[in-house]
Design a protein around this ligand. Structure first.
Ligand SMILES: NC(=O)c1ccc[n+]([C@@H]2O[C@H](COP(=O)([O-])OP(=O)(O)OC[C@H]3O[C@@H](n4cnc5c(N)ncnc54)[C@H](O)[C@@H]3O)[C@@H](O)[C@H]2O)c1
Length: 338
């Protein structure tokens, strides 16, 4: 797969390193507004050419896929451009900075015979997968609810080095959309329902000079009656692992992630199932699964449509935090699901 990298920032360091190690991926170009950064990046990750302008790169390169890892408000316009130029897209999570933009991207993508994947790589995290398969296979009995905690830590440089993180318009929010949307995705997947109502509270506990929340707590109700309790922050001192507990009538699945993810079951014995595509880390597996989707038409866990319920849930949780009431989830995304 010939791939170009858009945005030479934090996550692309990992993705480009992974692609460099794969014999099946050819890293043909990268682009960043800062040409010096793009050139250093190209040198470090053995990428053939570096650019400072996205459209120029698209005029000159003929990749199979465009990997987008830029501020959230750029996902929609840049994914559209990639599609117009005939390229498949692997877009970093979230789909976009708002639900409206996410729905627009989905609508536009249907005009093309091209694939758009959203890199919610926890779908390929072996510990999340083991819990999901145990839940779906009935090992945990009737499923009740999940408690998720994302106690992460960010320094002030998180907002000064990447100013878009501090902007509501560019990021779409803070810890909920940027960090916790991964776990919202896997919790909904494990509990097997679509979000219907949400409540939440967001706070700026530590970082006062930014537009987005550093702490979010919320509850999500699914259409099958199951519940997700969520707390997420970027102010934990020190940072702790993500945890998720999934409670069922027969037993409980416990997740701890994310660099060295672990799953464990209490009250029940479970034979753990392994993800269909494996890698040292979920990100490795997600990129390889995307490649197999493009070339072999094997299913990818996160086609754009599958990421829309996450955006709808996040949107309702933010609306609730603003209104102070429980909010109904906007269900316009349903028409895009099979
Ligand atoms: N999957 C994951 O676990 C994971 C982890 C971290 C970040 N992300 C996602 O990856 C994306 C990028 O996040 P990041 O942390 O790497 O951000 P970052 O700020 O570190 O990097 C973004 C890069 O994009 C560049 N950029 C901005 N506008 C551009 C333009 N018009 N053309 C070319 N380059 C441009 C910036 O100069 C910067 O180098 C976001 O969607 C984020 O949510 C995903």
């Amino acid at each position: 797969m010939k791939i170009v990298f858009v945005g030479c920032g934090d996550i692309t360091k990992d993705s480009a390193f992974i692609c460099r190690l794969s014999r099946k991926i050819d890293s043909v170009a990268c682009v960043d507004l800062d040409l010096g950064k793009a050139e250093m990046f190209a040198k470090k990750y053995k990428i053939k050419r570096a650019y400072s302008d996205y459209e120029t790169m698209l005029e000159q390169e003929t990749p199979d896929a465009v990997y987008l890892a830029v501020p959230h408000h750029l996902h929609l316009p840049m994914a559209k451009k990639a599609l117009e130029n005939g390229h498949h897209v692997l877009c970093e999570k979230p789909v976009a900075s708002t639900l409206d933009e996410s729905l627009e991207l989905c609508e536009v993508s249907r005009q093309y015979d091209l694939k758009v994947g959203i890199n919610y790589q926890y779908r390929y995290d072996k510990a999340c997968y083991a819990i999901a398969k145990a839940a779906h296979g009935g090992d945990l009995g009737d499923l009740y609810y999940a408690c998720c905690n994302v106690p992460w830590h960010r320094e002030n440089s998180y907002f000064t080095d990447s100013a878009w993180h501090a902007s509501l318009q560019q990021a779409g929010g803070g810890t909920l959309i940027t960090q916790a949307s991964h776990i919202v995705d896997v919790a909904m997947w494990i509990l097997g329902g679509k979000p219907v109502s949400a409540s939440g509270i967001n706070k700026k506990m530590k970082f006062q000079n930014v537009e987005v929340e550093d702490t979010f707590m919320g509850i999500l109700e699914l259409d099958n009656g199951r519940l997700i309790q969520l707390s997420s922050s970027m102010i934990a001192e020190p940072e702790r692992c993500i945890t998720m507990e999934v409670f069922g009538s027969k037993g409980t699945g416990l997740y701890q992630g994310h660099f060295f993810p672990k799953s464990r079951f209490v009250g029940v014995k479970v034979k753990k199932k392994k993800p269909p595509v494996r890698g040292l880390h979920a990100l490795v597996a997600s990129i390889e699964a995307f490649r197999q989707w493009i070339f072999d038409d094997r299913p990818y866990a996160m086609p754009l449509e599958n990421a829309l319920p996450v955006m709808a849930a996040v949107d309702a949780m933010y609306r609730s935090a603003n209104s102070g009431r429980m909010e109904t989830v906007d269900d316009r995304y349903l028409k895009y699901l099979d």
